[in-house]
Structure formats: C-alpha cells, structure tokens
Design a protein around this ligand. Structure first.
Ligand SMILES: Nc1ncnc2c1ncn2[C@@H]1O[C@H](COP(=O)(O)OP(=O)(O)OP(=O)(O)O)[C@@H](O)[C@H]1O
Ligand SMILES: [Mg+2]
Length: 377
C-alpha cells in the first residue's frame, strides 16, 4: 500500500469515527474521552530500565561490523505470560528511541526502520515469512515456497532499509512446530541477524515457550531475554498498592473509598492495613499476578465509577469488573468469596496453557522446566 493510500484510508476511518462522535451526546463523549485518556497512561517498572538498555544495545550493535561471531545484542526477547504487558512495553520503548523513528532519506523516500509483525496461529515457518513480507507491504504469490519467502523477506528488508523487526506472539511460530520447523525458524532468526551486507536485529515478544526456544544452541549466544515476571510473589503488595493509587488517584484524579469491613474475621477490631492487604492479595489472585491484567482490572473499576458519575472508586466497582471480565457466577467472585484462594482466577487475558506447554514438553523429555537464563543442554 502506498503512503497516499494509507493516508486516504486513515482519513476515511477518522471520518467514520467523527461521524459517530457527532451523534453521541456531549456528556457521553466527555466520559469516553476521559476513559481513553486513562488507557493511554504508561506505568514504568524496574523491568522497563532493562528493556530500554537492551533495546539501546540492539541499536548500538547495528553500528558494529558484521562478523560471524555471536553477539547477545542481536535478538532481544521479552518473555512473560499473557497480560504481563509485553506488547505495551515494546511499543512504548520503540516509540521513544530516535534511531527507530521513521525518516525521509536522501532520495525523499519515507523509511520506517522498524516493522511490526505478529506470528499468527497456527504458524509455520512459511507463514511467518509471509507475515514478514506483508508487514513490508508486499503480497507474495500464493504459491511461494518456504525458502523463497525467507529469501525474499531478507532481500526486501535491505531494500526498505528496515533494521529492526518486532515479532509479537513469537511463540506461535514454535509452539506447534515439529523438530524440522523449529530448526528452520531457529536458522531463519540466526541468518536474519547476520546478513553480511545489511544489519537486522530482532525484537521478540512471547509467552514462556519462547524463552525455552531461545535457549537452543543456535540462538543462545545471540539473544538477551528480559523476563516479565508475575507480581504476586510475597513482597509485591506494596507494588500493587502503588499501581492502585497511581491509576485511581494520579491518572483518573479520583478517590479510593474501599469499604473492606466484610474482609474482617472474628470479633477483633479490624486493622485497616490488614484489610487492605487482603484486598490487594485478592486482586493479585484475580489477575493471576500479571501486571498488565492488574492495571486493566483497576482501570475497569475506575471506568465503572466514571460511568456511574462518581468521583470515587468502591469495592463494588472491583466486584463488578471482575464479574464482567471473568463471566463468573457471583459465588465464585474472587473479591467476595471466602474461599477466594481456591478459586481459579479467570480474567479475560489469562491463557492457561502458557506454562502447561513448557512443563509438559520438558516432562516428556524427562527434564524440569527451564528457568530464564539457564544454559542449553
Ligand atoms: N506499563 C504499563 N502501564 C500501563 N498499562 C499497561 C502497562 N503494561 C501493560 N498495560 C496494560 O495491560 C494490558 C495488557 O498488556 P499487554 O497487551 O501489553 O500484555 P501482553 O503481555 O502483550 O499480553 P499477551 O501475551 O496476551 O499479548 C493492556 O491493556 C495495557 O494497556
Ligand atoms: Mg501482547
């Protein structure tokens, strides 16, 4: 698609949205705009430092001559479960790096040095190469073969002066791959990042099978893995509390009015700090400890309060948000049930088989699950 066609399409989409905006009342529009502002805020964590450093390494590595030697700065992989915040973090940091911004070259052509693509599901090595070609704006013939597609992709990256390729949901390319396909993908990643005449670096995002895949010998010395861990380990309560305050007070400009007396046990005078901790633990459990899911849950509660024309967020907003995200029966709501720790959290973002995949695969080989940073065997 040419730039003119893209502009034209963007204008048409905006016109359609503007039309709906003109039909919605001012009050509703103000609410919608307030909610969308809330969703645009970014909360940095320590892991953002690591990711930024790794991406800067990826940029710097482009300037060093290509040798056959492996270099940890060729591939950066963000690994974490669904809802951890991988895609959001990559988009945020890529946008902030000047070297990755679009520019007009000496021939007057607009260059986009980064392309974003997603490994579809199911995905084969051939389909991955086709996704890459499509991200470059090309429609390859239906009959294109796997090796032709990879050759063309590599050649066109150079033609379009693309130096960084983001592959989201990268686990799709390997999750169901047989040994041959996994080797093809491994080789493709390796050869993409060591083309003699053009530097290409990869940014991958995916759920844990990706970390195990990158531990293979072919790639181990060429990649840096940034784990996006869960936040429900003991000791993360302060972090969850600060996310809660940041979203409700700082981002939404609202107050927190949580009546947590229902969480008190026995006849003792309830200790507000302990009650708050119970609430935070329930929230961590509801979101299976995934940072992005926690942010979404809090935003959902804020949204419920805004739609109810309140300037304060209540426990009821969280109860309703969990119910609508999970579709659970009221007796199974993690924010109300007494046996909440035994309930399977079922927020919309959760993908149960993330860890199961890795564990079952390794168990079938008689090994324990690989931890981040463990050397290949
Ligand atoms: N640092 C952050 N600050 C604010 N919101 C965030 C942040 N990280 C994630 N979120 C929010 O959390 C939600 C989930 O994040 P995201 O889609 O990036 O997760 P993911 O790890 O890519 O999940 P999946 O594997 O399902 O694609 C999004 O709605 C996003 O807006
Ligand atoms: Mg994602």
């Amino acid at each position: 698609m040419t730039d003119f066609e893209k502009d034209h399409e963007a204008r048409r989409s905006q016109a359609a949205i503007d039309r709906v905006r003109s039909l919605v009342g001012d009050d509703r529009l103000a609410v919608a705009d307030r909610i969308s502002q809330l969703y645009n805020k970014y909360i940095p964590l320590d892991r953002d430092e690591l990711l930024r450093e790794a991406l800067m390494g990826l940029v710097a590595s482009v300037t060093t001559p290509i040798t056959g030697k492996p270099d940890k700065r060729r591939i950066v992989a963000v690994c974490g479960r669904s809802g951890a915040g991988k895609t959001t973090a990559i988009m945020k940091h890529v946008r902030n790096l000047k070297a990755m911004a679009s520019y007009v070259d000496e021939d007057g052509v607009t260059i986009h040095p980064v392309i974003f693509m997603e490994a579809g599901s199911p995905c084969t090595p051939r389909l991955l190469a086709i996704a890459g070609l499509e991200a470059l704006g090309h429609t390859p013939p239906d009959t294109i073969r796997e090796n032709e597609a990879w050759l063309l992709f590599r050649r066109l990256l150079k033609v379009h002066k693309v130096m960084w390729v983001v592959i989201d949901e990268a686990q799709n390319a390997i999750e169901t791959a047989n040994v041959r396909q996994a080797t093809v993908i491994g080789d493709a990643f390796k050869s993409l990042t060591q083309m003699p005449d053009w530097p290409v670096r990869l940014i991958l995002a995916g759920v844990p099978p990706l970390a195990s895949f990158l531990a293979r010998k072919q790639l181990y010395n060429r990649r840096t893995v940034i784990p996006f861990d869960t936040v429900n380990a003991d000791g993360s309560m302060d972090l969850i509390d600060s996310i809660l305050e940041t979203v409700v007070i700082e981002h939404a400009g609202m107050e927190l009015c949580l009546n947590l007396d229902g969480y008190a046990s026995g006849d003792e005078e309830p200790d507000p700090r302990k009650l708050k901790e119970v609430f935070l633990r329930r929230m961590a459990h509801a979101c299976d400890g995934e940072f992005g899911s926690i942010v979404q849950m809090i935003r959902g509660a804020v949204e419920a309060a805004i739609l109810d024309s309140r300037e304060h967020v209540t426990l009821d907003d969280f109860i309703k948000t969990y119910a609508s995200f999970s579709g659970c029966r009221s007796s199974k709501n993690v924010f109300t049930a007494t046996n909440w720790e035994e309930l399977e959290p079922s927020v919309a973002l959760l993908r149960d088989d993330d860890r199961a995949w890795e564990e079952s695969r390794l168990k079938s080989k008689g090994k324990n699950a690989t931890k981040y940073g463990v050397r290949p065997q």
